[in-house]
Ligand binder design. Sequence first.
Ligand code: NDP
Length: 485
Amino acid sequence: MTYPTQPKASHFINGAYVEDDAGAPIDVIYPATGEVIAKIHSATPAIIGQALDAARTAQVEWAKMTGTERGRILRRAADIMRERNHDLSVLETWDTGKPYQETSVADATSGADALEYFGGMAATLAGQHIQLGEDWVYTVREPLGVCVGIGAWNYPTQIACWKGAPALACGNSMVFKPSETTPLSALKVAEILVEAGLPAGVYNVVQGLGDVGAALVSDPRVDKVSLTGSVPTGRKVYASAAAGMKHVTMELGGKSPMVIFDDADLDNAVSGAILGNFYSSGQVCSNGTRVFVQKGIKEAFLARLTERLGKAVIGDPMDPNTSFGPMVSARQTEIVEGYVAKGVEEGARLVTGGKRLERKGFWLEPTVFADVTDDMTIAREEIFGPVMAVLDFEDEAEVMARANDTEFGLAAGVFTRDLARAHRVAAGFEAGTCYINTYNDAPVEAPFGGSKQSGVGRENSAAAIEHYSQLKSVYVRMGDLEAPF
Ligand code: NDP
């Protein structure tokens, strides 16, 4: 059977689809059924070289265009993405298994937001004038050159745009490598950018596993690397980039705390816990997977949560009513099942879920553990699946120490009606992205990223510009220059 998901070719280089059958074959699998929906090839060294050469050449002319011209193309691409949101969302659902109910509002739309936001900003990028008496200095905001983007599999379209939009707005070119688990959507992003008027070679996509990513990161033609992935991969990529003194952005994993005080609005807190643990079947980096619930509302919280989980619609991801889809792959399903077994073995109380669903594809029930303690594996390691760990606490000082007792620092959330406490807790969180009475919002206008082991740099907002450009200082003397001899 031929699926509509089969791309014209595996890679997109210099404005066109490119194939090289010599690359290792990769099957693209629809997670809801386990069926192969496309076949592509990993990039060979020749393909990698072709993409980097194209990006190097194209970047020079792209950087010479005005910000207004560059921005216009990005904004046009945003418009096309919005017009095709339905088709792009269906493709994202094929690629990731995430329900259409989610992909239609959180993937191409979020990518379009980034293209529109950074497209609008491109014309405003400027240096500074610094007066020094009669002399002066001016700064020029210059692009870095060729940027490599490497993506995880949970938000393929969004990641391709969150990295591409600020890079291109600043006058860089990009070679993007999606995760081999979800290789389809980034090709569509490249196609749309070219249709919007992007010069050939400015945005390229090559496929492959970690070895292709590693080859890109270590290549001397590359000036910057932006990775979305796990902490162990981040360490490797950062070290390799450091050897070439390359700029980096690291968007890595987390084990984020969500703290729910007795005085919180119970339904809002349950909504936050659901959004922060079960959206995208729990495969979200910033998820608040350590849910600290103050003892006074613990049982009420668990009862309401269980009742609300019973309303999850688990089924065909293409059905707009479905609100909970499969895991992305067989491998990820096994990893998560391993953690569920560990939770039971280490003495956590399984409140609901924990089982694989008897159907084709990679399905796990939404799972909640209560009576979890800080030292349990499920409270310390990133699971990246639909598994919530509920921990009890007595008071604020105690919960803050425990919430921060982790190597990660991606996100953190607090639910309370006490305004002063909410801000005090947010100030005390050791995390890059904090939420008060909400969870997992990621609008393009606000910086997103982690502290501690969870990352370096920020995506979205004006802050991203700092990570895709560098300043040149030009010193100007108006009078004669004195020298000692
Ligand atoms: P991985 O770290 O396994 O992979 C991330 C990407 O890096 C993939 O494209 C992978 O290729 C590639 N890669 C692997 N090894 C290397 C290497 N040595 N050099 C260069 N590239 C390499 O993460 P997952 O794809 O499993 O995604 C899940 C992780 O991503 C979680 O930890 C999650 O928290 C994190 N994440 C972070 C986000 C954030 O913004 N902070 C957002 C989303 C996810 P391949 O997989 O094809 O082998």
